[in-house]
Unconditional design. Structure first.
Length: 175
């Protein structure tokens, strides 16, 4: 049983990191921490898959919940004085571009990211789960803990909005 669990986690690691990265708004360090905390919960036996959904759907739900926990924890710890200190000290993180930043350097990727950022959060989540993580709409509903109808609506609206954001304006073709 433990070997099967380890194999499942290993097979999903790259996708799980991509999902954690999405849940953390592209912050690689936070995504690594969220994923590590999710693995820690698993190792400590604090999680149990009831079998109501596929392992991948359940695991992505755990990652999403862990990311939300981490966000609430960080927001709670963040104080006005701490933010002021960071601004005054001018501390900067690692100057090397992160893998997600490298991808942003590609013009089409940047354009897509910009368009996705303009979508409401639920629409962006559904599109990420379906297109990047290759989940079905029902699996995405399980991860997001919303109804299938709600996911379908967010999916259709998100695709339509994304399509309109990514279409070149008609003015550039008339010139």
């Amino acid at each position: 049983m433990e070997r099967e669990l380890a194999d499942n986690l290993e097979a999903l690691h790259a996708d799980a990191f991509g999902w954690a990265l999405h849940c953390c708004g592209g912050d690689v360090c936070r995504a690594e921490e969220v994923l590590q905390n999710a693995y820690l919960k698993m190792a400590q036996g604090r999680l149990q898959n009831t079998g109501a959904s596929s392992f991948k759907t359940w695991w992505f739900g755990v990652i999403r919940f862990t990311a939300h926990e981490e966000f609430r924890r960080l927001r709670y710890r963040e104080s006005l004085l701490g933010r002021l200190w960071l601004q005054l000290s001018g501390d900067s993180a690692d100057p090397r571009p992160s893998p997600s930043r490298q991808a942003e350097l590609d013009e089409q990727t940047l354009q897509l990211r910009t368009a996705l950022a303009q979508l409401p959060a639920r629409q962006a989540e559904v599109l990420h789960l379906v297109f990047y993580q290759d989940l079905s709409l029902s699996e995405a509903a399980g991860v997001m803990k919303v109804s299938l109808g709600s996911v379908r609506q967010h999916y259709e609206r998100g695709k339509a909005r994304l399509r309109s954001l990514l279409q070149p304006s008609s003015e550039t073709h008339e010139s």
